[in-house]
Structures are given as C-alpha cells and as structure tokens.
Ligand binder design. Sequence first.
Ligand SMILES: NC(=O)c1ccc[n+]([C@@H]2O[C@H](COP(=O)([O-])OP(=O)(O)OC[C@H]3O[C@@H](n4cnc5c(N)ncnc54)[C@H](OP(=O)(O)O)[C@@H]3O)[C@@H](O)[C@H]2O)c1
Length: 262
Amino acid sequence: MTARKNSDDGLFDLHGRIAIVTGGGTGLGRAFATTLARAGADVALCGRRREPLEKTARELATEGCRVACITMDVTDEASIAAGLEAAGNQLGMADILVNNAGINRPMFATQLSAADWDAVVDTNLKGAFLVARAFAMQAGRAEKGGTIINVASILGLRAQKAVPAYMASKAGLIHLTRSLALEWARINIRVNALLPGYFKTDILGDFLATEEGWKVVTNIPMRRPGRLEELRGPLLLLASDAGSFMTGSLLVADGGHLLSSL
Ligand SMILES: NC(=O)c1ccc[n+]([C@@H]2O[C@H](COP(=O)([O-])OP(=O)(O)OC[C@H]3O[C@@H](n4cnc5c(N)ncnc54)[C@H](OP(=O)(O)O)[C@@H]3O)[C@@H](O)[C@H]2O)c1
C-alpha cells in the first residue's frame, strides 16, 4: 500500500517569511512567536523589557530560525519607527505582523483614573494602529503585501465587570481591523482579528484562582481556560496563505465562551 501524501501542499508553511510579534517575549506573544518559527518564519520579538525577549529568543534559536530582539514601546511612534527599521536591518522587511502587545487595568469605572484609561487605550488600540500603519507604509513603499493579525479579545464583543478601558480598547481594535482591512486590501495587506477567550498568562494575574474567576471558567461551555497551543491553528490560518481570501475577519478561540447563556 502506498503511503498517503500530506495533502495541505505546504499551505501553512512560512519558510522565507519574516514576522514581527509585539509583546513577543511573554504569554500569548511568546506562543505566537514559537508557532511562527516552527512553521518556518524568521521572527522579530518586540517589547519594552529586554529580558523576556532574550529568554524567548534563546528558546526560538533551537527551532533553527533567525530571531531579532527589538526593544520597542508601541505607544511611542519614534520607538516604533526605530524598531521596524532595526527588525528590517536584522531580518529583512516583514511580511507578517502580530499586533499582540496589550495591558489591562482591571478596576471599576469609578476608580479608573484618566491616566489608567489612557495607558490601556494607548497600548491596546492606538499602539496597534501605530504599528499597523508603520508596517503598511513600509510594505506599501516596497510594493509588497502582508498580513496583520490584531490580537483582540472576546471582551471586545461581550461584557465583564470592572474592565471598562480594556473592553473599550478591544471593541475598538475589532472595528479598527475592519477599517484597515477595507482600506488596505488594494495594497494586498490582509487585516484580521484573533479573539482569544481566557488563557492563563501574566495579564490575568491570579484572576482565574479567585471566586469570580472560577465562576467565569464554569461559564465556559468547555469548562476550562484555553491552552496556549490551542491558538497555533487559528494564528497559522491568518498568518499563512491558508487564509489568503480572509480579510476583516474575526476568528474566535474561546471554548464556546461567547455562546454561554446570559
Ligand atoms: N490571556 C488571555 O486570556 C487573553 C485573552 C484575550 C486576549 N488577550 C490579549 O493577548 C495579548 C497578550 O497578552 P498576554 O495574555 O500574553 O499577557 P502578557 O503576558 O502580559 O503579555 C503582554 C505583552 O505585551 C507587551 N507590552 C505591553 N505594553 C507594551 C508596550 N507599550 N509596548 C510594547 N509591548 C508592550 C508586554 O511586554 P513588556 O511589558 O516588556 O513591554 C508583554 O510581553 C494582549 O493583547 C491581551 O489583551 C489575552
């Protein structure tokens, strides 16, 4: 009997591609960077702290890809310009951008200061816009397409108490995704949003261990938070040619959480 051939024709293969992952040193970003590297891409890891970037870079080096560690603050246009230039010099011009950097300030609205609001919205929404715009302008000048994955959240579609700035920023990021997809399809840049449900990372702190967190988990139809490796498939779909006709899409990975009854 002849062995069956793998039938995906290398659809998810990223050899020869270059990816930028903001917030690539920790949590979801680290998992995204690992997924892209394993699929063959070279990866620029961006974030404010050098140490987590270098730790992740050491891990990725074992995947045989080229890795760049770029100190970059997504709220600062000059830092973004310098970061993209440094990534270009070290790896070449990027084809894939994972706009993953994000923060949360969980607080009731009456306790949330204007400075807290600005920090969250400047990072999660304005920061994602500034990095996407810099990436698209660079790609446009080179007449080269690309793909952008905005890491939003199911909290951009549904509500939870005491995360007003975070919810607003992620709802804004979802609609920004549609706006940029509409505008940049003509320059061959796809823009999609990935909406994770709950995954245990630093951004959640010890929330999942609290009574409130436990209630949230029991409300997930699959009765558990996600595992980081369960974002591999969704990310690769949007990052690779497998998703070549997808733009302006929202891809949800949440164990059915959005379906839970009100
Ligand atoms: N965990 C979840 O359940 C979940 C669910 C839905 C969506 N998300 C989204 O997934 C993304 C990653 O979060 P995570 O869960 O992996 O948490 P995390 O480990 O805290 O990751 C956040 C990353 O963003 C970086 N970052 C924050 N502010 C930045 C800035 N101004 N400039 C550059 N980088 C910055 C951080 O690095 P530095 O501090 O070194 O800059 C860090 O690496 C976020 O957008 C989050 O909203 C997470």
